[in-house]
Design a protein around this ligand. Structure first.
Ligand code: CA
Length: 300
């Protein structure tokens, strides 16, 4: 693995609706090291590439299947067969309550011929592009909400691992990084299921940053929120928490999320964000909606 890697977050999602095959093909052309897949099961147990267990913030499901919403008002991937999911139009992300597009300068909402697809379909695309371009771009799948799946009587992890193994992703040398927010599940993947893939423990909550020792017993890296790396500004300069150095001491790689050129928060430019986190904070990889920009930065 390169010293610093670029992970195309949901594909080239800054330019095309997230997790569409178009966004993945565009990402592949931008030369990231990995392309990300978030995974949720369909009713008929097919791993679908989609960010949430819900359908109503990235598709027209509420128009096509108005009767299939649950009492909480949401539409769930797991209530639809693969064939039903294939009839939905995928859109740029929007707020399902207001209909307002989340990132207003991105691809227009509600237009374009985009559909959902399976993990298998995406691997076929990436491996095919690797062959036709001579590149070797990896995959970076995420097991989404394993507890939700369990409550629904389904085992997402086992099904995903079977698919990965079928396509030749078996060890740390096979250009596949498996990620999960659920620490118990990721530990189970290593210890109980004896998975030999490169594993990344995603970190959501501040208190989890204190559990690096335990994470290093089964994972090869962590995926924190980038804000967990930043400390106070001193004389106008960013200072850093000990998260990256602590992780490195334990042999863990650090791949924070998410680098968005159109959502800069504490940074004045995307260049400043990349310089601060990639160079100054010394991370090992970045999840980004704009893989072209991070690849260009790293090539300089
Ligand atoms: Ca993800």
């Amino acid at each position: 693995m390169k010293p610093k890697i670029v992970i195309a977050h949901r594909g080239a999602s800054g330019y095309l609706p997230e997790h569409t095959l178009a966004a993945k093909a565009m990402a592949h052309a931008m030369n990231p090291d990995f392309i990300e897949q978030d995974l949720v099961l369909s009713k008929d147990n097919i791993p679908i590439v989609i960010h949430d267990i819900y359908l109503d913030d990235v598709t027209d499901v509420s128009l096509k299947f108005p009767d299939k919403k649950r009492p909480d008002g949401r539409f769930y991937v797991i209530d639809f067969t693969f064939n039903e999911l294939k009839t939905l139009q995928v859109s740029e992300r929007f707020n399902p309550k207001t209909g307002v597009q989340v990132y207003k300068n991105r691809f227009p909402k509600g237009v374009g011929n985009f559909t959902l697809h399976s993990l298998e379909e995406e691997i076929v695309l990436i491996q095919g592009l690797n062959k036709s371009t001579g590149k070797n771009i990896g995959i970076y799948p995420e097991i989404k909400e394993p507890n939700f799946h369990k409550k629904e009587g389904k085992n997402l992890t086992e099904i995903v691992l079977k698919t990965l193994y079928q396509f030749g992703y078996k060890t740390k040398e096979d250009n596949c990084i498996l990620q999960c927010f659920d620490a118990k599940e990721l530990e189970r993947i290593r210890v109980e299921l004896k998975c030999e893939l490169f594993l990344v423990q995603l970190i959501e909550f501040e208190e989890e940053t204190k559990q690096l020792n335990h994470f290093s017993s089964y994972a090869n890296g962590i995926g924190p929120w980038y804000k967990q790396l930043l400390d106070k500004k001193v004389n106008g300069k960013f200072t850093f928490t000990s998260l990256v150095t602590d992780a490195h001491k334990l042999g863990l790689k650090v791949h924070p999320y998410t680098f968005r050129a159109d959502d800069l928060n504490e940074f004045s430019t995307f260049e400043e964000m990349m310089q601060t986190l990639i160079v100054d904070a010394n991370i090992d990889g970045a999840f980004t909606d704009f893989p072209d920009k991070v690849v260009t930065f790293l090539n300089k």
